[in-house]
Design a protein around this ligand. Structure first.
Ligand SMILES: *Cc1c(COP(=O)(O)O)cnc(C)c1O
Length: 393
């Protein structure tokens, strides 16, 4: 019988990383700006930009750092209002606060995507928009870009969980002015920590390069027009959010693995989704029609269950060895907006709150086999059925 998989275990790092790391340990050349050229971080930036089809990439210490630098690069005034979805990870409003801006939370629907009516209503008072494609669920980028372009409001994409996702064939992260990605261990490419931002705008990336910690003339080691860099020389603070060569050496050999991981992740997700959708008590929302996803987890809603049944479902899955997290039910969940108390008074957002009280989260990494996915689906389906039949009796 197939064992219950540990969904937090990572896939082994490709062997090529070992050689690159060994070389770095013997040269001890860990700082990205020491070598005159071809430092692993610089090579990563070139390879990532090429893979995404963008002009520029800047590798940094995390996706949160990339989000923060993106907002700083936009040169927003202090206390600028930045729209973010109310369903996201606490790091996103935190990046906005870090950039001395004010996050304005927008309602999300029970398909986990931005509610466009609330978005359109809040846009007139906004200075920038940060679209977090939470858990890789893409909001309606056509509608968002049309509204933002008409209003002249810049869009940053938090694509931390969307590497490999496309929208009408376009890569997510290339639709807004800047796209940000994460190399934290629970994302498609795992370096423990790390992030990268991409853009076609030379001035934006020039500003981000300096603020990331390219002091003095370190920027000469970036492939970027000199005029753009000279415009900002000595005018910007240095936040020192650089990536280490060690991390880049671990990331680079994983780039060729991405297509396979995306393919297997989607296979696993769609297999489990089809099975869960056979239950009257479980609903996996469909992707939007323009969207081709790259999931490494699955989200589904509990349907026609009262609070007690929801609690019983969570308890049963845990007892049976596959803990299902219900975003709004698990204590201190960093994805439940009412726990972002660092914002002061969090707003009342009934649509998002209702969704979070029924939305479940299960990791489904690409490395799982279909048999292992079936074990997970069996536990979830079995628990839903037990809870439904108990309360019917
Ligand atoms: C993981 C994640 C982040 C934060 O990424 P870090 O690299 O850990 O800073 C931000 N947004 C979303 C949607 C994420 O999934």
């Amino acid at each position: 019988m197939t064992k219950i998989p540990n969904v937090y275990n990572a896939e082994p790092i490709p062997e090529a990383a070992l050689e690159a790391v060994t070389q770095l340990l013997s040269s001890a050349d860990l700082f990205r700006y020491t070598a005159p050229e071809n430092a692993p971080v610089s090579l990563l930036e070139q390879e990532f930009a090429e893979m995404m089809g963008t002009k520029f990439a800047l590798a940094v210490s995390s996706c949160s750092a990339a989000l923060f630098l993106s907002l700083k690069a936009l040169d927003l005034p202090r206390e600028a209002r930045v729209l973010i979805p109310a369903f996201t990870f606490a790091a996103v409003p935190s990046a906005v606060v870090h950039a001395e801006c004010i996050p304005v939370l927008v309602e999300c629907n029970d398909n986990y995507r931005i509610n466009m009516d609330d978005f359109a209503a809040k846009l007139p008072d906004a200075d920038a928009v940060l679209i977090s494609h939470m858990r890789g669920h893409t909001s309606d980028m056509d509608a968002i870009m049309a509204l933002c372009d008409a209003a002249g409001i810049p869009v940053v994409e938090d694509a931390a969980h969307s590497l490999g996702t496309t929208w009408n064939g376009r890569k997510i992260g290339t639709i807004g002015k800047i796209g940000c990605f994460s190399f934290q261990s629970y994302k498609m490419i795992n370096a423990g920590e790390g992030g990268i931002l991409i853009t076609d705008d030379a001035d934006l990336v020039a500003r981000a390069i300096i603020m990331s910690g390219a002091y003095e003339h370190m920027w000469t080691k970036h492939a970027i027009p000199t005029e753009a860099m000279e415009r900002w020389q000595n005018l910007l603070p240095l936040y020192n959010l650089r990536l280490s060569n060690l991390s880049a050496a671990i990331i680079r050999p994983q780039l060729p693995e991405l297509a396979r991981r995306v393919r297997d992740g989607l296979r696993n997700h769609d297999h489990v989704a089809a099975r869960l959708n056979t239950s009257p008590n479980l609903d996996v929302p469909a992707p939007l029609s323009a969207e081709k996803r790259a999931p490494d987890s699955i989200q589904f809603n509990l349907v026609d269950m009262n609070d007690e049944q929801v609690d019983a479902f969570a308890k049963l899955t845990a007892e049976r060895g596959m803990k299902v997290q219900i975003f709004g039910k698990s204590v201190d969940n960093a994805r439940a907006f009412w726990n972002w108390q660092f914002l002061g008074d969090t707003p009342e957002l009934p649509t998002t709150r209702t969704m979070l009280m029924r939305a479940c989260d299960v990791r489904l990494p690409a490395r799982l086999t279909v048999e292992e996915c079936d074990v997970i689906a069996d536990i979830i389906l079995g628990a839903a059925q037990s809870v439904a039949s108990q309360s019917a009796a």
